[in-house]
Design a protein around this ligand. Structure first.
Ligand SMILES: Cc1cc2nc3c(=O)[nH]c(=O)nc-3n(C[C@H](O)[C@H](O)[C@H](O)COP(=O)(O)OP(=O)(O)OC[C@H]3O[C@@H](n4cnc5c(N)ncnc54)[C@H](O)[C@@H]3O)c2cc1C
Length: 537
């Protein structure tokens, strides 16, 4: 959509092909956060940045595995794309000054500001196109009905009077939107990824740029080594004078491709991404001579499966909160649970804690915090949980040995793990894995718990557990591109007329994840750049 918008403005006639009956892909389901280094709002918010700091950070975390020119292109262009959107479209982003980079202590890292979220959007101006927008992920919806911003969600972690009043006010506002909602099947006030896609869609509607739904790209037309068009799965042949951008997402839902490129143990059930991420864009690019990189990698995150529909639920908040730990099948901790989600799954894979490990927590944790789809106990006590949640999701036991028995863990090892963890948590220092040591760990900690907002002993019965899987937000391996978003062949030369962005392309972030928005930021930026390469002024 970013490519289409810029391409249109540069004089091209553009069409977006969308295989699914709804547009927006994984982006619409996402938090919609966009990582924009050195964005102008940072200075105003008291976290100034510079191109030098941004590059130093990216060079460090990508470990020399990404060409420097691509990193430079990202740092130079992400803020330029933002400025263009603000001047020429409905896209508006808000810098989250407290949402820290994932490695803020690394050289060039920042304690906040680079992650930006879309401002809420009134979807009623999309008209019937609103019904064609992919729904948000269920975990971003309060009571399954309305969304909230990332900034606001963070304040709900501390369940004080202010956050209760705010939530009450949001409920009232939802009620007041009833007349507007009546014409549509869901709430019209969009947040997160839905707001980003809604804003892009409205901007494209203003330009009469069409999205053809349920029309998949099936084959590329290549003439004399140049990509000149697309054959669609409904038999159409589309001529592309200036070029084709492949932006069909990753291959996280394609079991065959996962089996070929990634550890075989990974199930396509564990990804929280869109069902249409079947890797078709990567296949098309390869057939045209494109090469791939980082195919064994992903935007890893621990997930759990909720009983209803066995949907994957992303565990990015729960894992940091005090009073819970992850244990493997041996009943042992194996990583810093509060580390960036990418690293937690790397820890799971390295330890062999697959296919399943457990998040174990005590009654106080259950009372205070949400766990997957289960609201905190003060709002939704066990007595008000459905049988499906109690029997198919939460495991509960009156004592640690009984919990170990239910989870089939070696009871002695499990007991020793809890005792050691509790002793360290009482002192506020995780000597084994350094949990809570980084500012990033503490972003989703509980600031009321001191000295370490990520550590509290597990002491209060009953004890609980949920299964945790090595899931992801999408795959990050794909077609190798240059700084101009052109797909490269085995000789390292651009394939004329062929571009890639998003998870169809090999991640500019390499093996890392700089901060929230580290996947959508590059998708927007390189999509935009592709249009400028294909349509020079
Ligand atoms: C719950 C959740 C939260 C997340 N939060 C964030 C976040 O806040 N910030 C962030 O940076 N990342 C986040 N992510 C990750 C992010 O959503 C993805 O990495 C990103 O959206 C991928 O964008 P994309 O453009 O590559 O693919 P998509 O957004 O999936 O778009 C690809 C589109 O191509 C379509 N398509 C597929 N095949 C074809 C074909 N053959 N022909 C035509 N169309 C086709 C698909 O249907 C889809 O609509 C999150 C992910 C999840 C699941």
């Amino acid at each position: 959509m970013a490519c289409a918008l810029r391409g249109h403005d540069l004089g091209a006639r553009v069409v977006i092909l969308e295989k699914s009956p709804v547009y927006g892909g994984a982006t619409a389901m996402s938090g919609g956060v966009v990582w924009v280094p050195d964005n102008p709002q940072m200075k105003e918010r008291g976290v100034p940045d510079s191109p030098e700091d941004s590059l130093e950070y990216l060079r460090g975390i990508t470990e020399g595995r990404v060409e420097d020119e691509r990193l430079v292109a990202y740092v130079d262009n992400a803020k330029r794309v933002l400025a263009y959107f603000e001047g020429h479209s409905h896209v508006r982003l808000d810098s989250l000054d407290q949402y820290t980079d994932y490695y803020p202590e690394r050289p060039g890292g920042k304690p906040g500001g680079r992650s930006m979220e879309p401002l809420p959007f009134d979807a009623s101006c999309l008209g019937e196109q609103f019904e064609r927008l992919r729904s948000p992920h269920p975990q971003s919806q309060v009571l399954g009905r309305f969304g909230i911003s990332a900034r606001e969600a963070h304040t709900y972690l501390v369940n004080d009077l202010r956050s209760k009043l705010l939530l009450f006010w949001r409920l009232v506002q939802y009620g007041l939107r009833c007349p507007k909602r009546r014409g549509f099947s869901r709430d019209t006030r969009l947040f997160a990824g839905n707001a980003l896609i809604g804003r892009l869609r409205r901007s494209l509607m203003d330009r009469d740029v069409p999205i053809w739904l349920e029309v998949g790209a099936e084959e590329l037309v290549v003439e004399d080594g140049r990509v000149t068009g697309v054959l669609t799965d409904d038999g159409r042949r589309i001529r592309a004078e200036r070029g084709v951008l492949l932006g069909a997402g990753g291959f996280e839902k394609n079991a065959q491709m996962r089996g070929q490129h990634q550890p075989r143990i990974l199930s396509t059930e564990w990804t929280a991404s869109s069902p249409f991420s079947m890797g078709k864009g990567i296949q098309l690019g390869r057939a045209a001579g494109g090469v791939v990189d980082f195919m064994d990698d992903a935007w890893w995150t621990p997930t759990t499966l909720i009983p209803k529909g066995r949907e994957a639920w992303v565990l990015v908040v729960e894992k940091n909160l005090p009073g819970g730990i992850f244990v493997d099948g041996e009943g042992k901790r194996f990583t810093n649970e509060a580390a960036p989600y990418l690293d937690v799954v790397k820890g799971m894979l390295a330890n062999g804690a697959v296919p399943v490990c457990w998040m174990v927590f005590d009654a106080e944790f259950r009372r205070l915090y949400p766990v997957g789809p289960v609201a905190p106990g003060y709002a939704q006590p066990d007595s008000r949980l459905s049988r499906r949640l109690l029997e198919g999701f939460l495991t509960r036991a009156p004592s640690l040995p009984e919990l170990a028995e239910k989870l089939e863990l070696p009871a002695d090892t499990f007991q020793a793990t809890i005792e050691r963890f509790n002793a360290m948590a009482s002192r506020g220092v995780d000597e084994d894995f350094g949990r809570g040591g980084s500012l990033a760990d503490r972003y989703y900690g509980d600031p009321r718990v001191q000295p370490n907002p990520c550590l509290r002993p597990l002491t209060e019965a009953p004890f609980y557990a949920i299964p945790v899987y090595p899931g992801d937000l999408g795959t990050k391996g794909g077609l190798v591109t240059d700084p101009a978003a052109r797909v490269l062949n085995a000789e390292g030369s651009p394939i004329p007329g062929l571009y890639a962005a998003g998870n169809t392309s090999s991640a500019v972030m390499g093996p890392s994840y700089p901060g929230a928005g580290g996947t959508i930021g590059p998708a927007l930026t390189f999509g935009f750049i592709a249009a400028e390469t294909a349509c020079p002024k």
